[in-house]
Write a new protein. Structure first.
Length: 89
């Protein structure tokens, strides 16, 4: 395995991690902003009010994006384990 191949495999791992985490992070960001705005408008400062909807949003997002995330993970795993001969050099 030469240095260029190692960098390529590491880059693919980081990009796959980025793309897998992006939808859930975006959902958490948007849910956090919406919940904070609701708390500001209604003056409710309960920690359970901010935690439960955010967790529910993550759960719904995970259920929606899980098939896509699994396909991305399968594609990455197939790419890494698909050709062992290039690592043996």
């Amino acid at each position: 395995m030469n240095q260029q191949l190692a960098v390529q495999v590491f880059r693919e791992a980081l990009m796959t991690t980025f793309w897998l985490s992006l939808p859930l992070l975006a959902i958490g960001f948007i849910a956090g902003i919406v919940i904070s705005l609701i708390q500001i408008v209604t003056s409710i400062q309960d920690s359970a009010f901010s935690t439960v909807p955010r967790l529910a949003a993550f759960l719904v997002g995970l259920l929606v994006f899980l098939p896509w995330m699994l396909m991305k993970m399968i594609a990455y795993t197939t790419m890494v384990f698909g050709d062992f001969s290039r690592y043996a050099k």
